[in-house]
Design a protein around this ligand. Structure first.
Ligand code: UDP
Length: 359
């Protein structure tokens, strides 16, 4: 059988900061879902290992109990690596160790030290999908070491994300992201409202989007997991409730119903956003993206064509772009999503990476 039609046996080991479907894992949850779905559609054999409590019934999931990892964004760069008692990350990798001979490739989606460290101890090759930019000295060191020892096994969302890690050994794979476009409907005539989507956590700087709503008097619809409750409460204290509405953490079907009726999606990353799945979800609905020109969104948005890229941390820049939003053709936004971010495009990139590691 030729490599191009050969069925691969893949074991995906998920993020360990939350069960799949909880939103705690951020965009990597949607990425795991979409890559898994597309690999199965292509005839590959796939099993996902994820923390207990994961809610994706439509995919083959092994649920592993244990305590969750602390999210890397909440730690300082120089903090040591920590593991809770009865760690779900350790338990998932112990499971992977036991079943490794049934697979051609293990794919790690956890942004954590342990899977990188364990790589040389496994017989089965391990591919690492790195889902965030550099945040921790200890993690940087093991990522760089793995890229030297196992060249080609590291995949990133974008070049600007990978550039935050010093001294990576090539080849480096840029895998971008993709979504099931049939789940997102185009809307030509938006309402007078803006959207903000994502984990509610300081690195996402939601307060800047709320400030835009206050200044422009265009109501802001906020959707996403509240990861930092005190940060959220501070925003509620600082701004009048009239300019924004929090709709909760919504499933894709409901999320796109709200987003598609918005004039624009505001993205306000304070950090180097590795990708920004929410950007392509908005584009798929024909919704332009206004973002700080930083990290993944700066590689996704075509400035002046499918949105606007503005000076990082400039609320005035966001306001100015919001006032020019009628210049963007919403059909062009949907078209960009179709051309660059379909499940097929995503599947082609990942399949090529997997095969280059295996064969
Ligand atoms: N999301 C969601 N429901 C919501 C708001 C957001 O499912 O109400 C998802 C969204 O689809 C996206 C993820 O949350 O996949 C946010 O990911 P992104 O890549 O934008 O940022 P990250 O959290 O990884 O930093």
């Amino acid at each position: 059988m030729s490599a191009s039609v050969q069925s691969l046996k893949l074991l995906f080991v998920s993020t360990s900061v939350g069960p799949l479907g909880s939103g705690l894992g951020g965009g990597v949850e949607l990425s795991v879902y979409n890559i898994a779905q597309e690999m199965i559609r292509r005839g590959h054999q796939l099993q996902i290992v994820a923390p207990a409590g994961s809610t994706w019934d439509s995919l083959p999931l092994i649920q592993i109990p244990g305590n969750l990892q602390i999210i890397a964004q909440s730690l300082k760069r120089t903090d040591p690596i920590t593991m809770p008692e009865n760690s779900v990350l350790a338990n998932m990798w112990d499971y992977a160790r036991q079943v490794q001979d049934n697979y051609d490739l293990i794919v790690n989606f956890a942004y954590d030290w342990l899977p990188f460290y364990l790589t040389p101890f496994f017989r089965c090759p391990i591919a690492h999908f790195v889902s965030m930019g550099s945040l921790s000295d200890a993690l940087d060191q093991i990522i760089i070491q793995t890229s030297k020892q196992f060249p080609g096994t590291l995949g990133f969302y974008t070049p600007s994300q990978a550039a935050t890690f010093p001294e990576l050994t090539s080849p480096i794979y840029y895998l971008s992201s993709g979504i099931d476009l049939s789940l997102y409907q185009f809307c030509a005539e938006p309402k007078q409202q803006l959207a903000w989507l994502g984990r509610i956590s300081p690195e996402k700087a939601l307060e800047d989007a709320v400030a835009v709503a206050e200044i422009t008097k265009i109501p802001l619809k906020i959707m996403g997991k509240i990861q930092d409750e005190s940060y959220w409460q501070q925003i509620c204290r600082d701004f009048p409730k009239s300019c924004f509405e929090y709709l909760g953490f919504l499933p894709t079907a409901q999320l796109q119903q709200v987003v598609r009726e918005c004039q624009a999606l505001l993205m306000t990353p304070r950090w180097v956003e590795a990708f920004g799945n929410v950007a392509i979800e908005a584009l798929a609905c024909g919704v332009p993206v206004i973002s700080y020109s930083r990290g993944g969104p700066a590689e996704i948005v075509q400035d002046g064509k499918t949105g606007f890229l503005v000076e990082p941390d400039s609320v005035a820049g966001l306001v100015n772009a919001t006032q020019r939003i009628h210049e963007i053709n919403r059909h062009t936004c949907r078209q960009q999503a179709e051309e660059e971010f379909s499940l097929k495009a995503l599947g082609d990139r990942f399949e090529k990476w997997f095969k280059e590691i295996i064969f």
